[in-house]
Write a protein of this length. Structure first.
Length: 151
């Protein structure tokens, strides 16, 4: 009988704790939405250029940024305030790339990324399926060698 009472108390306690966690989660998430903590960065569009490079249009606080994105870096290619015209499209933003230095930098990054794609990856010998485990013969040989050295 005591075991049954303890089990009921444990189940009820767990239920109360889970209900409290659910209530707090609902209350806190509703409060965050009410404060307007929306994501300040919005991805407007993305255009892949190569396997590891793309052009991305991002909107941050009323400013649109055209970014060149590679594996190694993110480069600002163009920046435009949305106060004058907010109907800019991805094609217009990419066409508005007026800074040759940034374009040249992005072109160099793109060429480097394409060169990395073209280079064959060095092949490493495959380890034995049991390498490092207690079932591996090499593990037993190493253990025996260590024990012989300790004598």
């Amino acid at each position: 009988m005591d075991t049954l009472i303890v089990a009921v108390r444990v189940v009820l306690s767990l239920g109360v704790v889970l209900a409290l966690l659910w209530y707090l989660q609902r209350r806190l998430s509703r409060g965050a939405r009410a404060l307007g903590n929306a994501n300040p960065v919005t991805v407007v569009g993305r255009q892949p250029i190569g396997q590891k490079a793309s052009v991305v249009v991002v909107e941050v606080d009323g400013t649109r940024l055209v970014l060149g994105v590679t594996e190694q870096a993110v480069t600002v290619l163009h920046e435009k305030s949305l106060a004058a015209d907010s109907s800019s499209t991805l094609d217009e933003a990419v066409a508005a790339l007026g800074r040759p230095a940034a374009s040249a930098s992005f072109a160099r990054s793109l060429a480097a990324a394409e060169a990395d794609d073209a280079a064959p990856a060095p092949t490493q010998p495959r380890p034995a399926p049991l390498a490092g485990s207690i079932l591996s013969p090499s593990t037993w040989r190493q253990t025996a060698a260590l024990l012989r050295q300790g004598r």
